[in-house]
Ligand binder design. Structure first.
Ligand code: 13P
Length: 254
C-alpha cells in the first residue's frame, strides 16, 4: 500500500513571516494521520519555518537546487544547504523551471542525482504541453523526461523517488486533466519504471498528479488507484483550502 502524499508548492509566494503564520494556522486545521504525508514547499527564504516546533508535524521540500555542493554559482542553493534546514524533499524539473528558466532534461538529471547523493527525495515533475498533447506526443514527451531525468540512478535509489505528472496545460488554468487521462499517463510511467527497476520498485513508486487541484476536485483524483496524491499550486496558498484538500485525502479510501 502506497501512502498518499499531498505537496503544497508555494512557488514565489509568502515572506518568512507569512510562512510562519501559515504553518501555525495549518497546524490548527489539520490533524496528523498515518495515511497521508503532508509536504510544504515554501520558497528558499521561508524554509527556516521548518525549524519551528509547530512545523514538526509537516515535512518540508525545496522547490529547486543546484547540482554542485558549493562553488561560485551566484544565486544558487545546494542540497547540503537544504538538508541542514530540515528539507526532506525537493521539487525538480517543474515545468516553470523548464519553460521560463531553460532547464533541460540533462540539468534536471544532474539535480536528481545531487538530491539523492545527499538524502533528499526528488519529486521529479514531468508533463506535456497542450501542443504536444494535441499532436499525440504525450507518451513520447513524458517518457523522454522520465528516462533522461532518471538516467544513471541506481535501483536502490528508486524507492526515494516521487514522480509528479503535471500536464503544462493544466497548471494554473483551472482546467484539470480528467482522471482517465491521468490514469493512462501514470500507468505509462509505472510501466517504464518497472522495466528499469523491476515490478516491486514500480509498485512502491508514488506518482502524484498536479494541475488545478482544488478542494472541490481532489476526491475525483483519489478515486483512481494509480494516483497517489497531488502536487498543489494555487490552492495550497490559503491554509483553509489546503487543509480541505488534506482532510479529504485523509478520509479517502485507499
Ligand atoms: P496549480 O495548482 O496552481 O495549477 O499549480 C500546479 C503546480 O504547478 C504545482 O507544482
Amino acid at each position: 500500500m502506497r501512502r498518499h502524499l499531498i505537496v503544497g508548492n508555494w512557488k514565489m509566494y509568502k515572506t518568512a513571516a507569512e510562512a510562519a503564520a501559515y504553518v501555525r494556522r495549518l497546524a490548527g486545521l489539520v490533524r496528523q494521520s498515518a495515511k497521508v504525508e503532508i509536504v510544504l514547499a515554501p520558497p528558499f527564504t521561508a524554509l527556516s519555518v521548518a525549524a519551528l516546533p509547530i512545523a514538526r508535524r509537516f515535512v518540508f521540500a525545496a522547490q529547486d537546487l543546484h547540482w554542485e555542493d558549493e562553488g561560485a554559482y551566484t544565486g544558487e542553493i545546494s542540497a547540503p544547504m537544504l538538508t541542514t534546514l530540515g528539507c526532506r524533499y525537493v521539487i525538480l524539473g517543474h515545468s516553470e523551471r523548464r519553460r521560463l528558466f531553460g532547464e533541460d532534461d540533462a540539468a534536471v538529471n544532474k539535480k536528481v542525482l545531487a538530491a539523492l547523493r545527499h538524502g533528499l527525495r526528488p519529486i521529479l515533475c514531468i508533463g506535456e504541453s497542450l501542443a504536444e498533447r494535441q499532436r499525440g506526443q504525450t507518451t513520447r514527451v513524458v517518457l523522454r523526461q522520465l528516462q533522461k531525468g532518471l538516467h544513471g540512478i541506481p535501483n536502490e535509489a528508486g524507492r526515494h523517488l516521487v514522480i509528479a505528472y503535471e500536464p503544462v496545460w493544466a497548471i494554473g488554468t483551472g482546467q484539470a486533466a480528467a482522471p482517465k487521462q491521468i490514469d493512462a499517463v501514470h500507468r505509462t510511467i509505472r510501466a517504464c519504471v518497472a522495466r528499469k527497476w523491476g515490478r516491486v520498485a514500480a509498485g512502491r513508486l508514488r506518482i502524484l498528479y498536479g494541475g488545478s487541484v482544488k478542494p472541490d476536485n481532489i476526491i475525483d483524483f483519489l478515486g483512481t488507484a494509480e494516483i497517489d496524491g497531488a502536487l498543489v499550486g494555487s490552492a495550497c496558498l490559503d491554509p483553509k483550502s489546503f487543509a480541505r484538500i488534506i482532510t479529504q485525502t485523509q478520509s479517502a479510501k485507499q
